[in-house]
Design a protein around this ligand. Structure first.
Ligand SMILES: C[S@@+](CC[C@H](N)C(=O)[O-])C[C@H]1O[C@@H](n2cnc3c(N)ncnc32)[C@H](O)[C@@H]1O
Length: 350
């Protein structure tokens, strides 16, 4: 077989075919996601954990029908989430670690939040690009969190995912020098994961979480589960309508990127009024550099475009500029390589 006929036998190897393959690969990305999300929805990986199963047995556990179910399981093998041993399906290591309910690294909460909340907004990307408007009703009416919190199980799934994202930065926040401060408020601090870490590592601190009132019951449950009830208190309120509680340090973690520039400035002005002289505001968000942002940061920004009211991933320079405009003296804290966050501490003079 000469090289010419070999190329035409395998069109995906020609320059033209490789391009078509690239396009199809992007399309298949959507279908791969559907396999993953459907498996998480049925809790397939939890059913399989410690209990390998044939296709028939697994289909029976999930209430699925063959032969479609077998194709589904084989597809999950293709994705690297399942493996086969002696004719039975077992979880691959990543699935066992992150997709089995109850494991500390469980990501199912975030995946289900994406399926229910975020992905439907992505269907309106074209409209969002034309209008600049978010594609979910609650965000268009003001705050996307309001409708989310109407459903307690959706709320808890969302809070699981927030904690998955904030646990990476929690220890770095706790590593800062807290000796000169006595109090902090985690603004938009959700169910108190970060606040609990800070209060546990620095028992001299009095901590408060300021967040929307519907989160209070999830906060109470989470504190009881962590064994920290009483160390941190919950202060329900709306940071656009109510003054922020006074403290030495106010924290805005994964909050500013949810909102447009004017709202960010409003929040930082409100923080300046609440931080005591000599205190500080702490901001963490993924933040993009000045170079061309990574595809990850770009997708995160587009997620914000379709789901939030004006949010996007902003740059470190922009963050410093807003903080200076509000009256703070910002500095970026160096974090180890591999941390997908930028941490900025901004001081208020005495
Ligand atoms: C993306 S989450 C970040 C949670 C947490 N700080 C973290 O780092 O994981 C944004 C938080 O802001 C809160 N939030 C949104 N709008 C708010 C408002 N108007 N007033 C108070 N909190 C609000 C949400 O309830 C949510 O807990």
């Amino acid at each position: 077989m000469n090289s010419r006929s070999s190329r035409s036998d395998r069109p995906d190897q020609t320059a033209e075919g490789a391009g078509a393959g690239q396009v199809m690969d992007i399309l298949f990305g959507h279908w791969r996601t559907e396999l993953l999300l459907t498996a998480v929805e049925s809790d397939l990986f939890t059913h399989l954990s410690g209990a390998p199963a044939t296709a028939e047995e697994l289909a029976a556990r999930l209430g699925y029908r063959l032969p479609g179910a077998e194709s589904f399981f084989v597809g999950l093998v293709g994705l690297g989430l399942l493996e086969t041993e002696d004719g039975r399906f077992v979880n691959a290591p990543a699935a066992e670690q992150h997709l089995v309910r109850g494991r500390p690294g469980y990501m199912g909460g975030y995946l289900q939040f994406c399926r229910r909340e975020l992905n439907p907004s992505w269907d309106g990307l074209g409209t969002a690009l034309r209008t600049g408007l978010p594609q979910n009703r609650a965000a268009r009416e003001g705050n996307p969190y309001h409708s989310l919190y109407e459903d307690k199980s959706a709320t808890d799934l969302f809070l699981d995912s927030m904690d998955m994202f904030n646990s990476g930065i929690a220890s770095h926040l706790a590593d800062l020098d807290w000796s000169r401060y006595t109090s902090f408020v985690d603004v938009g601090g959700a169910r108190g994961n970060i606040a609990h870490e800070l209060a546990s590592r620095h028992p001299h601190l009095t901590g408060e979480v300021f967040d929307l009132p519907p989160l209070e019951s999830s906060f109470t449950e989470h504190m009881a589960a962590l064994g920290g009830a009483g160390r941190v208190s919950f202060h329900g309120g709306d940071f656009f309508a109510d003054p922020l509680p006074e403290a030495d340090v106010l924290i805005f973690g994964h909050v500013l990127h949810n909102w447009g520039p004017e709202d960010r400035l409003r929040l930082l002005r409100s923080a300046y009024a609440a931080v005591r002289p000599g205190g500080a505001v702490i901001v963490y968000d993924p933040m993009v550099g000045d170079a061309v942002p990574s595809l990850y940061a770009t997708l995160a920004s587009l997620s914000m475009l379709v789901w939030s009211n004006g949010g996007r991933e902003y740059s470190v320079d922009e963050c410093h500029a807003w903080l200076k405009e509000t009256g703070f003296r910002p500095e970026t804290v160096a974090l180890p390589d591999g941390v997908n966050e930028v941490l900025v501490v901004a001081h208020k003079d005495r």
